[in-house]
Ligand binder design. Structure first.
Ligand SMILES: *[C@@H]1O[C@H](CO)[C@@H](O)[C@H](O)[C@H]1NC(C)=O
Ligand SMILES: *[C@@H]1O[C@H](CO)[C@@H](O)[C@H](O)[C@H]1NC(C)=O
Length: 406
């Protein structure tokens, strides 16, 4: 089968919007975040190995160093909701739950830093966090200073219980300025567009001026349905989202759930390939103490990570959909290109897709002398090709073939 595709999408090539000028997140942040896998488990009597506690983070820190994660680029170890005590202290400063974090966050930050990692923490722009702990509203300056004093390196700032749209937006701006005023380098990860989009048209130019990354959509779940949903949503908004992304500011389709329970091997490949194409933050949420070797190798694949971390910082986009295939591409530095082909049919076996050189990005530097490498699901060198080249790919249901053109 050969299709003639006359025109694909208009290629998006506006100059990138200016990003938050704090020198951070020049490539998408990489690390580990507890939420999807460990949620809000606070019962350390019944669940001593999976409850949200300093022990969990110390063990993950050890795993990140000893099992090659840090070396592969995953350097932020991030705490999500449910780390807080129910009350602020007598000086209105936040405090960690004393039973689950007896050493406090400063000591945990020291432990993490001593291993060459960075520590991320969680708070909320509203009166309470999503799980009902004290939020930052009314305390932005004091909380930013507390995080800086503790040695925190990244803040995930959620948007539950925010009040009015104006309070939500002012809160996100205020915290950005408060973090800057501390003088400490703290990556600022927002959920501003996700909450604001229900009430207004999001101004991504402004979001990118205040945040290093921003969530647009619901929390990921450990399922193929959720991965598909995030791909579809991102593609549906790509005219807005792609131009907003670049060094210093990234759209965040949420955590990598590779290595958990819900995705088949093909679907894990699809998430890794597409999150790389989308220039998404690569924040895994899985149990690094118990992860199968194939998932681990996928998450640590250096050539795939290089697509995500490419210094050009362009977010990829869906180029076309045809008979239940979708093709995405991501321009890379030096006129190279990443291309993914996903088989969205969920019945039968592998299907063949014919990829034509002619439909790909016109900015390709190689013109008549390109070199094609398949990175996923397995590595394969296709060698050189010219402007009329086409290639037949075999793609399994819900799987993806990821290619690189140089
Ligand atoms: C604070 O903002 C200024 C101006 O944008 C920037 O030059 C500086 O690097 C920022 N500092 C921190 C710690 O984020
Ligand atoms: C979006 O925000 C930018 C930067 O803050 C501003 O210059 C622009 O006017 C805003 N656009 C709209 C449509 O409000």
């Amino acid at each position: 089968m050969l299709w003639l595709i006359v025109s694909a999408v208009a290629v998006l090539c506006l100059p990138p919007v200016p990003a938050l000028n704090n020198g951070l997140a020049r490539t998408p942040p990489m690390g580990w975040l507890h939420w999807e896998r460990f949620t809000c488990e606070t019962d350390c009597v019944r669940n001593p190995t999976t409850c949200i506690s300093e022990q969990l983070f110390m063990q993950m820190a050890d795993m990140m160093v000893s099992n090659g994660w840090l070396q592969a680029g995953y350097k932020y170890l991030c705490i999500d909701d449910c780390w807080l005590a129910a009350q602020r202290d007598e000086n209105y400063r936040l405090q960690a739950d004393p039973d689950r974090f007896p050493g406090g966050i400063k000591k945990l930050a020291d432990y993490v830093h001593a291993r060459g990692l960075l520590l991320g923490i969680y708070q909320d722009v509203g009166k309470q966090t999503c799980a009902g702990y004290p939020g930052s509203q009314g305390f932005y300056d004091v909380d930013a200073q507390t995080f800086a004093d503790w040695g925190v390196d990244l803040l995930k700032f959620d948007g539950c219980n925010y009040g009015t749209l104006e309070q939500l937006e002012d809160g996100y701006r205020h915290m950005s300025i408060a973090l800057n005023r501390t003088g400490r380098n703290i990556v600022y990860s927002c959920e501003w567009p996700f909450y604001a989009r229900r009430l207004t048209k999001v101004n991504y130019t402004e979001v990118a001026e205040y945040c290093n990354s921003w969530r647009n959509f619901d929390d990921i779940q450990d399922s193929w349905a959720s991965v598909k949903y995030l791909m579809d949503f991102t593609a549906s908004l790509q005219d807005e989202l792609v131009d907003a992304a670049g060094p210093g500011g990234w759209n965040d389709p949420d955590m990598l759930v590779i290595g958990n329970f819900g995705l088949s091997w093909e679907q894990e490949v699809t998430q890794m390939a597409l999150w790389s194409i989308m220039a998404a933050p690569l924040l895994m949420s899985n149990d690094l103490r118990d992860i199968n070797p194939r998932s681990k190798a996928l998450l640590q694949n250096q050539e795939v990570i290089a697509i995500n971390q490419d210094p050009l910082g362009a977010q990829g986009y869906r180029l076309l959909q045809v008979i239940d295939f979708e093709v995405w591409e991501k321009p890379l530095a030096g006129g190279s290109l990443a291309v993914s082909v996903t088989n969205r049919q969920e019945i039968g076996g592998a299907r063949q897709f014919i990829l034509l050189r002619g439909i790909l990005w016109k900015g390709l530097a190689c013109k008549d002398k390109c070199y094609l490498t398949q990175l996923l699901p397995t590595r394969h060198d296709y060698g050189g090709f010219n402007a009329t080249f086409f290639i037949q790919l075999s793609v399994n249901p819900s799987g993806t073939v990821l290619l690189r053109v140089d």
